[in-house]
Write a protein that binds this ligand. Structure first.
Ligand code: DQA
Length: 150
């Protein structure tokens, strides 16, 4: 199957603090550094990649709705704390119908019990959790090489 050409990376609340936030869970890379690596990797593969971060649920929903109008064909999303709470963001992803990979820097299954529930995983093409910033890169490599469920 053809690879994704127009990829959107979405990061939820508090991920703007990466690099200065609980390094034991989230590592030392800043979000800017992660996004720059992803942009280069996508460009080298002949695809375009945009990134968006917000601390606000409504803005994340608006951006997902916008993605369909923009012709985005793959989403990589770390919904952060909204993973465990947001039916509204889940519904937005279901509504636009764009395949997505769910990424978590930390292993959400090895932390507090409330982090084990995700409103996204059953809709996701796949989930990467606990691989740090590499998770985004692995998700991108997957997106560049495929489309949707295989
Ligand atoms: C996170 C895990 C979430 O439980 C947490 O609320 C985050 C980040 C991760 O990347 O490991 O903010 O999504």
């Amino acid at each position: 199957m053809a690879g994704a050409k127009n990829i959107l990376v979405i990061n939820g609340p508090n991920l703007n603090l990466l690099g200065a936030r609980q390094a034991e869970f989230y590592g030392t890379d800043t979000l800017e550094a992660i996004n720059a690596r992803l942009e280069k990797r996508a460009k080298d593969a002949g695809a375009q990649l945009a990134s968006f971060q917000s601390n606000a649920e409504a803005e994340l929903i608006e951006r997902i709705q916008q993605a369909r109008r923009d012709g985005v064909d793959y989403i990589i999303i770390n919904p952060a704390a909204y993973t465990h709470t947001s039916v509204a963001i889940r519904d937005a992803l279901a509504a636009v119908g764009i395949p997505f990979v769910e990424v978590h820097l930390s292993n959400i299954f090895s932390r507090e019990p409330f982090r084990r529930e995700s409103y996204f995983s059953d809709l996701a093409v796949g989930v990467l959790s606990g691989l740090g910033a590499r998770g985004y890169e692995l998700a991108l490599d997957f997106a560049l090489g495929s489309r949707g469920k295989e």
